[in-house]
Design a protein around this ligand. Structure first.
Ligand code: FES
Ligand SMILES: [Fe+2]
Length: 385
């Protein structure tokens, strides 16, 4: 029997979790999640060959990429300097309210005009003090007569095509790229909108790894490793490993992962007991939890055997509510330690082994998220295996 209290609890559960709970619970009772028809072997070269890495940059990374949650720049003037894959950018909300992704390279001779994060009306280059407003326009240049034959109006910071959708800011790496978020997101957009991911941004951590970006991505697309790598931490203890559902949204997908609290009673308890682990093609994972989520961006490094992970804690509650920031400030170091000290260690180790060139990688039938992501990447680079 459903009581009014149960209804009140369930109304707080996001629609995708409500939809998934019975299926995920049934998989737990059966002891079996989604299985692909066969294993998938990824050639060693896909982790080590500079030619394949370059091809991925030209194809997969020519797609719209998640820059971060919209809340990374909430108010006019808010900015964050970061390196989007290999492009230094300033993410900034202009005085007009529009979020922009500007190449962080002075139009005089390329110096970076901003670092870190903050709130600013102007960015002033440290080299010769050209200054730009928070929409990117060149607003001041000392000794202007030295540049009298240049048109100042054309010397704004270069802007990457970008747009906000479903709580996230998306951009193209190439300033001449065409951003088509309708085509890119397809059915994923309605799914994300059903969550209302207007979550506040908590702590951000960046990790440099000695392994290919796809190795790092794989570690966040399967829960097979949880009992071994995360046995003693909140991730291993809070979930049921190696069982998940898979649903595709065009080139993107969603894993449904049971939280330990789903239990093994004949009926799942009321409340939120499934984590949705989204894959946004090509290089972003969003893992939800009842308190918010973790956004993980996996970016190729300067060599095929190096990568960078940007990990962001998303808060479902507003951080300016009493006591909320303190809660997330306590939580963030715990989850960051899992990624850095547990996943990070085995990923370094994988990188060393794959760099020997002696063996390929095998993705199990149970590692369906890894398989699905790899198949999309392989399709983009035109490789049949
Ligand atoms: S490089 Fe920026 S002002 Fe000269
Ligand atoms: Fe992990």
């Amino acid at each position: 029997m459903t009581t009014q209290a149960d209804d009140a609890i369930d109304a707080t559960v996001p629609a995708p979790v409500r939809e998934l709970t019975a299926r995920v619970h049934a998989a737990v009772l059966a002891g079996q999640g989604h299985l692909e028809p066969s294993t998938l072997t990824i050639p060693n070269a896909n982790y080590t060959d500079p030619g394949i890495a370059a091809r991925e940059l030209e194809t997969s990374f020519a797609q719209p990429l998640v820059v971060g949650p919209s809340s990374m720049v909430k108010e006019p003037g808010d900015y964050v300097a970061l390196t989007l894959v290999d492009v230094p950018v300033i993410v900034v909300r202009g005085d007009d309210g529009r979020a922009r992704v500007l190449v962080n390279a002075c139009r005089h001779r390329g110096a970076q005009v901003a670092e870190g994060e903050g709130c600013a009306r102007r960015f002033t280059c440290p080299y010769h003090a050209w200054s730009y407003d928070n929409g990117g326009a060149l607003a001041g240049m000392p000794g202007r007569e030295g540049f009298s034959d240049q048109d100042q109006a054309t010397l704004g910071l270069v802007e990457l095509p970008s747009g906000e959708r479903a709580g996230f800011l998306w951009a193209m790496r190439d300033p001449n790229g065409v951003l088509d978020l309708d085509a890119h997101l397809g059915p994923l957009e309605a799914e994300l909108e059903s969550w209302g991911f207007h979550y506040d941004l908590g702590a951000v951590m960046e990790l440099e790894l000695g392994s290919n970006w796809k190795c790092a991505l794989e570690a966040f697309q399967e829960t097979y490793h949880f009992p071994y790598v995360h046995r003693d931490s909140i991730v291993g203890q809070g979930t049921i490993s190696n069982i998940s559902t898979l649903d595709r949204f065009g080139r993107h997908h969603r894993l449904g992962v049971p939280l330990a609290s789903i239990g093994t009673d004949p009926e799942p308890p009321p409340g939120e007991h499934v984590s949705c682990i989204y894959y946004f093609y090509p290089c972003t994972v969003l893992a939800t939890s009842p308190i918010g989520g973790e956004l993980l961006q996996f970016w190729p490094g300067p060599t095929p055997g190096s990568s960078r992970v940007r990990h962001s804690v998303l808060a479902r509650e507003r951080l300016d509510e009493p006591g909320v920031r303190e809660f997330y400030d306590d939580y963030a170091p715990l989850i960051q330690a899992v990624v850095r000290d547990e996943d990070g260690v085995v990923l370094e180790s994988s990188g060393i082994g794959l760099a020997t060139g002696t063996s390929d990688a095998i993705l199990g039938r149970n590692e369906a998220g890894c398989q699905a992501a790899h198949r999309q990447i392989l399709a983009d680079i035109g490789q049949e295996i």
